[in-house]
Write a protein of this length. Structure first.
Length: 270
């Protein structure tokens, strides 16, 4: 089994509201499942947008099982299915015509540290939020940090964008690994910054992770939600810094212990 198969099987057996919100570059489904009730507020949480961070998909499934304290949350467990399988299964997981390109970009057949999708675009810098201005951005296909040819050049980011706009969430959350920190700031004006920091402190209190500002970062999902939708949005970097990428199942118990109640705690604030 692999993370995509596990998420697909969970989705098939889920009795609640669910959707396929789009397809990846390789044609794999991007799933969304609603936890909690149909009453407001409705939030959205996105996981495994970076390939090597596939372990967060298993946190997502536990968040679905856990439910919410109030309202509901749409959960997208695996935003980058192609990339995750590339990390887990290697070059055989992608279609033959794409393999030579990816091997050249990666500089070999060890994809364990790969962050991008099957087109070598880093999905978390492909959003239209000061796109292409991040200090670590690169402008050619790469295992990480390539911004793409344009904002939303990738089917994965377009799928999550369109679904987010359809949901019109009260808040957004993106789970990554690693570092145990909560990022919350992206050029909000003062009143919104106070609102968002208060909610970020809720996440910090529940997880035990400190708050931080990702200065010099741009083009991320959290950034786009803050800039375009004007909603509170957070990036949570789960997993201890002591663990090496890619974090595997040995890191999951600690991640679950610290993050299992995060979504429920956030919904109590609306």
């Amino acid at each position: 089994m692999d993370v995509y198969s596990d998420v697909k099987a969970f989705y098939a057996g889920y009795r609640g509201q669910k959707r396929v919100i789009g397809k990846s570059r390789e044609g794999r489904a991007i799933f969304a499942l609603r936890a909690g009730t149909h009453a407001p507020p409705c939030g959205i949480a996105v996981y495994a947008m970076h390939a090597r961070e596939w372990i967060t998909a298993y946190l997502a499934l536990e968040h679905v099982r856990r439910g919410t304290a109030s309202g509901g949350v749409w959960i997208v467990p695996l935003a980058d299915p192609d990339g995750a399988l590339l990390v887990q299964r290697g070059i055989s997981s992608v279609a033959a015509p794409r393999r030579g390109f990816l091997l050249r970009v990666n500089g070999g057949n060890d994809f364990s540290l790969w962050k991008a999708n099957a087109a070598a675009v880093d999905l978390n810098v492909n959003w239209d939020a000061k796109w292409g201005t991040g200090v670590q951005n690169v402008y050619h296909p790469a295992p990480e940090s390539y911004v793409g040819e344009a904002p939303f050049s990738e089917p994965e980011t377009r799928a999550v964008r369109d679904f987010t706009l359809e949901v019109s969430p009260a808040f957004a959350l993106a789970y990554h690994t690693k570092g145990e920190v909560v990022y919350w700031r992206f050029h909000q004006p003062p009143l919104r910054a106070r609102r968002d920091k208060r909610l970020a402190r809720v996440l910090s209190r529940v997880t035990g992770y400190p708050l931080a500002e990702a200065k010099g970062s741009a083009g991320g999902y959290k950034d786009w939600c803050v800039q375009t939708l004007g909603i509170p949005a957070f990036t949570v970097e789960a997993g201890r810094e002591m663990f090496a990428h890619p974090l595997g199942f040995s890191a999951l118990p600690d991640i679950l212990k610290k993050n299992l109640d995060a979504l429920a705690a956030l919904t109590r604030e609306f």
